[in-house]
Design a protein around this ligand. Structure first.
Ligand code: ATP
Length: 286
């Protein structure tokens, strides 16, 4: 794999994952296990965006959850900021959680519907700064709302009172308010219309640069990956079958599988640079 210079924030070496098989019928005894990741290796550095692409069921989300240690690997080694976290228990992971954050596809379901936006953001803020008084907490929320282009009155709304784009800005705010070093974004623009997609992606790219994030960006959409990421890993059936810089991979894919994925990009697909023309996110409140 073509490696960028600098220190790796997240490094997976021969990571393997088996999970209890939720599709199996269990009458007696233990649920059988299913292998969802075969040995997978990757690394991502601060200031770098690594795309993970592959067909549905290829293991992208499972890999993402393993990188966040939401799943405990069954083999291999996972390091975060140089520390072996492969089998760290939750109590020891807790202090690291603020620095490893995630944004999921559907903020509607990941935000508590009975909590105002401010309360959800405050819960995340508590991971980083537990002892702030009310005024200081509000100030932090207003700063992050400004960062993600969310009008501050929306802090006092419930998630269902926001548009899809606004909700995804809340999802991004909730991730960055902890000042993370590593962020995993899993299919975060899939449910949005094309112009809102571009606004959210421009926002995330700007923040990733400003905050020096190591960003892992999962998408099934190669045209988005091409415009958004520095490097890309292509997954199939729980394995990384090809990886490299976006430029090299899109210009000269090495495997038939990647070629098939590239051929499947619907036409007309956005051309390189389409994100560059997207409007300034601070002015976009959709
Ligand atoms: N707990 C589980 N029990 C049984 N099978 C599972 C479990 N978790 C994941 N899988 C299977 O592992 C494979 C990888 O799933 P995963 O969700 O990681 O893929 P994906 O690439 O993210 O797919 P999609 O793009 O559709 O979200 C799939 O075949 C899925 O059905």
């Amino acid at each position: 794999m073509a490696e960028a210079p600098g220190e790796a924030i997240v490094e997976a070496k021969d990571l393997e994952l088996e999970l209890p098989d939720m599709n199996a019928r269990v009458l007696f005894g233990r649920r059988p296990r299913v292998r969802v990741l075969h040995p997978v290796s990757l690394s991502v550095r601060r200031g770098e965006i690594l795309g993970i692409v592959g067909e549905s069921g290829s293991g992208k989300t499972s890999l993402g959850r393993a990188l966040l240690r939401l799943h405990e690997p069954t083999g291999g080694k996972l390091t975060f900021e140089g520390r072996d976290i492969t089998h760290l228990d939750e109590a020891r992971l807790r202090p690291l959680r603020a620095r490893m954050q995630f944004i999921f596809q559907d903020p509607q379901s990941s935000l508590n519907p009975r909590r105002r936006v401010a309360a959800s953001l405050e819960a995340a803020l508590a991971l980083r700064a537990g002892r702030l008084d009310r005024k200081e907490r509000r100030r932090e929320l207003e700063v992050v709302a400004e960062q993600v282009g969310l009008p501050t009155p929306l802090l006092d709304r419930y998630p269902h009172e926001l548009s899809g784009g606004q909700r995804q800005r809340v999802g991004i705010a909730r991730a960055v308010i902890t000042r993370p070093h590593f962020v995993l974004a899993d299919e975060i623009v899939s449910g949005l219309d094309v112009s809102t997609q571009a606004q959210v992606l421009v926002l995330l790219k700007r923040l990733a640069g400003e905050l020096g994030l190591a960003l892992v960006f999962i998408s099934h959409d190669l045209s988005v990956i091409r415009n958004f990421c520095d490097r890309v890993c292509v997954m199939r059936a729980g394995r990384i079958v090809e990886s490299g810089t976006c430029g090299a991979l899109f210009e000269a894919p090495r495997t038939d599988y990647t070629r098939t994925l590239l051929d499947a990009i619907p036409l007309p697909s956005p051309q390189p640079g389409w994100l560059d023309g997207a409007p300034d996110t601070a002015a976009c409140r959709s």
